[in-house]
Design a protein around this ligand. Structure first.
Ligand code: NAD
Ligand code: TYD
Length: 351
């Protein structure tokens, strides 16, 4: 039995990674360390929570002593690190929390792995999951490749870039066996409705305005979350120490085009007249420093590790919409409590 630590496993992407590893690798014991912030939700894992090879550990990666005690107790041989503050708009409102969790939290995990693995690094692996936003913003042309210079432009991407640099520095300086990946925008089941796609789905269900920042011309490259989890599996097992792999879907959409497709799917699923949801589109004040375009060149992971996305976007979007429409209790739970306060504060001055 190999003990593997996954951080942030109660969140959106982490829950899909935990599920994949628990089901696919019965000879691994998966420990999911999560602080259960507003974004963490154990309901995301209700289908696997009683599996014998799964344990939930509640804890904050800002707490070094706690992390060290978990390493001592469970002798992790691998770490897949996803815990992070992940929303750009929140980072604009409160950058410091992003430094503390994303930078200090990552360095705490690196220190614990370095300390615990110091006498024998063989067979160990520290996998840091990052974002394409560290590369900055593209114009109309070109793609992010692994050697693209870092140019983070939001507090979120600056904190992720900083954590990436620390991970590479620990490889270079202490020979820690690390691997990294930088992925494009994910979508799919269990995404908290502060991000574009689930926010719009939730608002369409409730006949609320769909807030489009600026002119809606910003471009994102969307990947179905289960395909990201598959890529993480491949990189964890087959990636080379010290290497970085870009992950993306070759699937660029302007925000406004994406929202229009989503509106059409929602009208169809809800039995509403075509055009009903589009009438909810409302252009609002742009995000400060809004990056224009992200687009990933995923050639390296395809050629070196044989990974490719499995789903077409329309198929993935439809699966996503079906999941939200069938998960009314989940949606109700995550949008009760502080969500409304967040929403009102975030959107009240945008009109
Ligand atoms: P998320 O916000 O849905 O989940 C983050 C999880 O981390 C939550 O369960 C939360 O409780 C936990 N967490 C936050 N702070 C913590 C702390 N201090 N200690 C312990 N746990 C803590 O995020 P996500 O969208 O699932 O993203 C996961 C990772 O993937 C992040 O590192 C993010 O930067 C990266 N990523 C996300 C995307 C995307 O499109 N969502 C794309 C590329 C990379
Ligand atoms: P988001 O889901 O927050 O991801 P990221 O900023 O990490 O790419 O936003 C995706 C795009 O949608 C981004 O260009 C900002 C835009 N957006 C809106 O237009 N309205 C919204 O309410 C939100 C949350 C995002």
């Amino acid at each position: 039995m190999k003990n593997i630590l996954i951080t942030g496993g109660a969140g959106f992407i982490g829950s899909h990674v935990v599920r994949l590893f628990v089901n696919k690798y019965p000879d691994y014991h998966i420990f999911n360390l999560d602080a259960l912030t507003y974004a963490g939700n154990l309901e995301n894992l209700s289908d696997i929570e009683n599996k014998p090879n799964y344990t939930f550990l509640k804890g904050d990666i800002k707490d070094y002593e706690l992390i060290q005690s978990f390493f001592e107790k469970y002798a992790f041989e691998g770490v897949i690190h996803l815990a992070a503050e992940s929303h750009v708009d929140r980072s604009i409102a409160n950058p410091l929390e992003f430094v503390l969790t994303n930078v200090v939290g990552t360095v705490n995990l690196l220190n614990a792995a370095k300390w615990f693995w110091k006498d024998n690094m063989a067979g160990k692996r520290f996998y840091h999951v990052s974002t394409d936003e560290v590369y900055g913003s593209l114009g109309d042309e070109g793609f992010f490749v692994e050697s693209t210079s870092y140019d983070p432009r939001s507090p979120y991407s600056a904190s992720k870039a900083s954590s990436d640099h620390f991970v590479r520095a620990y490889h270079h300086t202490y020979k820690l066996p690390v691997v990294l990946s930088n992925c494009s925008n994910n979508y799919g089941p269990n995404q908290f409705p502060e991000k574009l796609i689930p926010l719009c789905i939730n608002n369409i269900i409730n006949n609320k305005p769909l807030p489009v920042y600026g002119k809606g011309e910003n471009i994102r490259d969307w990947l179905y979350v289960v395909d990201h989890a598959r890529a993480i599996d491949v990189v964890f097992h087959k990636g080379k120490n010290g290497e970085t792999y870009n992950i993306g879907g070759h699937n660029e959409w302007t925000n406004i085009d994406l929202i229009r497709v989503l509106c059409a799917i929602m009208d169809h699923k809800l039995g509403r007249e075509f055009g009903t949801s589009e009438n909810l589109i409302t252009y609002v004040t742009d995000r400060a420093g809004h990056d224009l375009r992200y687009a990933i060149d995923a050639t390296k992971i395809k050629e070196d590790l044989g990974w490719m996305p499995s789903l077409q976007f329309e198929e993935g979007l439809e699966k996503t919409v079906d999941w939200y429409l069938n998960s009314t209790a989940w949606l109700k739970n995550v949008t009760s409590g502080d969500y409304q306060k967040y929403y009102d504060k975030q959107y009240q001055n945008r009109n």
